[in-house]
Design a protein. Sequence first.
Length: 378
Amino acid sequence: MKRTVLITALGAAVLAAPAAAQGTLSTQGFGYPAGGMSSRALSVGGSVAELDPVSTLNPAALTTWGRSGLYGQFGPEIRVVKAGGTQENSTIIRFPLFAGALTATEQVIIGFSFSNLLDRTWGTQVSGYYHTSATDSVAYTQNFASAGAITDVRGAVGWRLSSTLRLGAAFHLYTGQQTVSINETFADTAGFASFFQATFVNVSGIGGTFGLAYAPSPYVALGLSGTLGGVMRGRRNDSLVTAGRAPSRAGASVLFAGITGVSIAANAEWTQWSNMEALAPSGPKPVDAWDYGVGTEIKLPGIAGTEVPLRAGIRWRTLPFQADSQTVRETVASFGFGIPVSNNRGRFDFGVLRAWRRADLPVQENAWTFSIGVLVRP
């Protein structure tokens, strides 16, 4: 009976997702915002996110997609967490973005995408001893794990009103499931039975985005967009727990390309993650967050007259959910390149991101992410 009470308490702790249980800073609450930006945008610190046609932030940017096509992205992360003199290594496999666009007319582009709004994939292990009497004890191992994500399914339309002004609108459907599990085993398998418990959390919601892109000259471009989060519901094991709102956001990017072969960009974005607080009132607190990025892209001569862009950037942002009541901040340095293929019918993008995640806690988290994107235009 005592062991059952203990495991039940541990289960509640995992669902609340404190730093001590998760062993990570970045995947608190409902998770880490890993998607929404293409490999190209990530490589320049997110600085062109509001002007990049493949990224999912500004539907007006769809009008620069070009020929109809498909895009897929692979983004494995190698994470290292250090706390209390110990180090935990893990590898997370993500496919953060799939997108496509269809050229309906010369002025209208229709787009769709699937991206990670939040990813909550982590696992940690705790070992110790239960004292069954004053002189006897038994060794145990507890494995805590979470797997799942909230996906942003977006349908969008972009309109080219003139050579300088473009508008866009999008509808978002947020859906996903997260599985949180506890597995406890004992060294004495004859006297003690193992224990396993899993909880399924389902989330669904809606949102809408409007955006514009304005290019007053060939050397300057501005992108603006805003998202209004609609109702979002959370269910635990098929029972409605509570309802809140999907996060609202606003962002802007500015790009300067007045130097031949060189473009410089900057981005700022604000996200109202606190809209999700009602979905998990006993868990880590969601905080409204700013996201800033600057970056550059330099186009070098390639093979057969093509240009090969080299990219670099830096990004600073606040992560959505606190760890042990402390706000988590992330700094990311990035670089990458792109390779046009088949007479620009396709493109291969590769980016490397180095992230440092910190909170006012004796925990450090660092990560390498390799972002690989493939664009194909049939």
